[in-house]
Design a protein around this ligand. Structure first.
Ligand SMILES: Cc1cc2nc3c(=O)[nH]c(=O)nc-3n(C[C@H](O)[C@H](O)[C@H](O)COP(=O)(O)OP(=O)(O)OC[C@H]3O[C@@H](n4cnc5c(N)ncnc54)[C@H](O)[C@@H]3O)c2cc1C
Length: 264
């Protein structure tokens, strides 16, 4: 069972790709529409209309992922059960992905620390709840100090991390079902296109879990990064199928040519 967000779409589709169809994948989401947040700035500049950057959630997930529309009201870790406005649902494995603040439902389940964020094993994304994983903005991942070695940092909250973490968790669950040791761990690698207008963008990327401190690199501003972001937007908003596969291939080739990670 997977709860809400950018991370959830990635995790649900990756799990559906990896595990046998006898395993049910249930995704709980209260919104019927998903909007691609990185394109919000193009709404402000008039380069996009709202309908161009929104899709029905159903369209973005594999058709053999069960989508349950409902508000999550409580998580009972002991009973492996999630209470929703559409009824209660039991789970074998749970991935929770709530929004930018600490949601009551997660704090109520006893998953969060005092600050309200969910501490996890940064390699596997496992929480202290049995068979419960947390990915995305809700997680608290401490980093080594960069500016002052004795002042630790926290991993920034960004879709690129929610995405990478979702793939790690989905692949870890598939390994577990297949009776294998986990073959992937979260590396803390991430990037961001920094839009500058006039079809130009910069590109910042980094190894956030690097030792002795996070390593961040900025590339020269240029058109390629802007077109990379447009390509990512088209890929993200495409329904699973041939078009999505072609856009993915294009992105992988582009990333290779520009010597940057694709992380998709
Ligand atoms: C304007 C803007 C621009 C951004 N640009 C970038 C960018 O360029 N690159 C980048 O990497 N990141 C970007 N981000 C950040 C990125 O959008 C977030 O980091 C990412 O969405 C986090 O993903 P998530 O899966 O953790 O949670 P979210 O995507 O926030 O999803 C949380 C989900 O949980 C659901 N939910 C919450 N409570 C309940 C409940 N009780 N019951 C049922 N469902 C519930 C919500 O409906 C929502 O769908 C941007 C954010 C904004 C706002």
């Amino acid at each position: 069972m997977i709860l809400g967000g950018v991370g959830r779409i990635v995790a649900a589709n990756e799990l559906r790709r990896l595990v046998h169809s006898e395993h049910r994948i249930v995704l709980i989401e209260r919104n019927r529409q998903h909007t691609f947040a990185p394109s919000f700035l193009w709404l402000m500049t008039g380069d996009r209309r709202p309908e161009e950057i929104s899709r029905d959630v159903q369209q973005l997930v594999h058709k053999r992922v069960e989508l349950l529309h409902g508000e999550v009201r409580g998580i009972d870790l002991a009973a492996h059960c999630v209470e929703t406005s559409a009824g209660s649902v039991t789970y074998d494995l749970l991935i929770a992905v709530p929004p930018h603040r600490s949601p009551l439902v997660v704090r109520g389940a006893g998953l969060a620390n005092q600050a309200g964020w969910v501490p996890i094993d940064s390699a596997t994304l496992a929480t202290k709840g049995e068979s419960v994983y947390a990915i995305g903005d809700i997680t608290a991942i401490p980093l080594l100090g960069r500016w002052k070695s004795d002042v630790p940092l926290m991993l920034p909250k960004a879709g690129v991390f929610a995405h990478a973490q979702a793939l790690v968790v989905a692949r870890g669950i598939a390994d577990r079902i297949a009776g294998k040791a986990a073959s992937h761990k979260f590396s803390g690698e991430g990037y961001c296109m920094l839009e500058a207008g006039e079809h130009l963008a910069g590109f910042a990327s980094g190894q956030f879990l690097a030792e002795p401190s996070p390593q961040i690199k900025l590339r020269q501003i240029g058109r390629s990064w802007h077109f990379g972001k447009v390509l990512f937007e088209k890929w993200w908003l495409a329904a699973p199928g041939a078009k999505k596969k072609s856009l993915r291939l294009l992105m992988e080739l582009g990333a290779k040519a520009l010597r940057v990670p694709a992380l998709i």
